[in-house]
Design a protein around this ligand. Structure first.
Ligand code: SF4
Length: 306
């Protein structure tokens, strides 16, 4: 998740009833009126965003999507619930058929996902994202998948059949201790890097199309000084690295909706945040110095498909 652009009128909080527990998370199920939503804001270059779920079990401290929870309790409980859009596969099929009729000479461009993680833990059970991929394949979309989950490698068999695919793996810090502070419920940095490397080792010209691979260091969280260079060296196998300030470019609107837990956590990292502009610049300089044949992009420019 990186951007606010979901049409939150799609699902209301009427009659939300917990249907099951998955781990410690409450799981809700509901039908959505639409699954392809017009992309706006940071990712307006895409035709659509696609969010198979609402809510996210990863519960990152800085996730502003929490502000758009169905009610205040769920906002406070961000990370402890997920809503499955149960009819998503059927709705997607209908919407793509409709779109294709109107745009026979153009491939749809889709950003999955903008306000949830399509490979959060519940996906291991529902396989909803996988089923949506199967539907999308037929329409040959330009597809960007944003996740922080190694579970994406489960779907290599399908993903390698997409000709126009970019995978954005979110790794906001190179330090495990920092990750555990800001996003304690997420997979380790090592697991995410290994997942991305797997695409390179498993896909070749004979098996399918190798996707474009990005690491999105967004928001750029602190990485311990002694770990910065080794972390950056580890990224040298991808096509693109994206950095972005801690919501700074969005000014008041997003700071207002960033969770207090992230604001509090920033205090622990005063050595970084007391001079955030300089910390950002020093990290960026190291990227430029160490990266070889890797695009380095900042902010919005990093989230394009091309
Ligand atoms: S992975 Fe983290 S940032 Fe992305 S939607 Fe989930 S809680 Fe928010």
């Amino acid at each position: 998740m990186e951007f606010i652009d979901e049409q939150y009128t799609v699902i209301t909080n009427n009659s939300l009833v917990v249907s099951e527990k998955f781990g410690s998370a409450d799981v809700y199920g509901q039908n959505a009126k639409s699954i392809l939503n017009k992309a706006t804001g940071f990712i307006k270059a895409y035709d659509f965003t696609l969010n198979p779920y609402r809510g996210c079990q990863y519960g990152c401290t800085y996730c502003y999507a929490a502000a758009f929870s169905p009610n205040e309790k769920m906002q406070n409980d961000w990370g402890k619930w997920v809503l499955i859009k149960e009819n998503a596969v059927e709705v997607l099929e209908k919407e793509l058929i409709k779109w294709q009729k109107r745009n026979s000479d153009k491939l749809p461009s889709i950003y999955m996902s903008s306000v949830t993680d399509p490979y959060q833990p519940i996906e291991s059970k529902t396989q909803l994202t996988r089923r949506l991929l199967e539907v999308m394949l037929e329409y040959k979309p330009i597809l960007v998948i944003q996740t922080r989950s190694p579970m994406i490698t489960r779907d290599i068999d399908i993903l390698q059949r997409f000709k126009n695919l970019r995978i954005n793996m979110s790794i906001p810090t190179g330090s495990e201790s920092v990750r555990k502070d800001f996003e304690p419920q997420t997979p380790s940095i090592r697991a995410r890097l290994n997942a991305m490397k797997k695409f390179k080792t498993k896909i070749n010209d004979l098996t399918g199309y190798l996707p474009k691979l990005s690491i999105t260091i967004t928001p750029l969280l602190p990485t311990l000084l002694e770990e910065q260079e080794s972390f950056i060296r580890e990224l040298n196998f991808v096509d693109r690295v994206v950095i972005q300030n801690f919501h700074a470019s969005h000014k008041r609107s997003l700071i207002a909706s960033t969770r207090d837990t992230a604001i509090d956590m920033k205090k622990k990292y005063e050595w970084w945040y007391n001079n955030e502009v300089k910390s950002y610049q020093l990290f960026k300089n190291k990227l430029i110095k160490i990266m070889r044949n890797v695009e380095i992009k900042e902010g919005q420019a990093g989230f394009t498909y091309e």
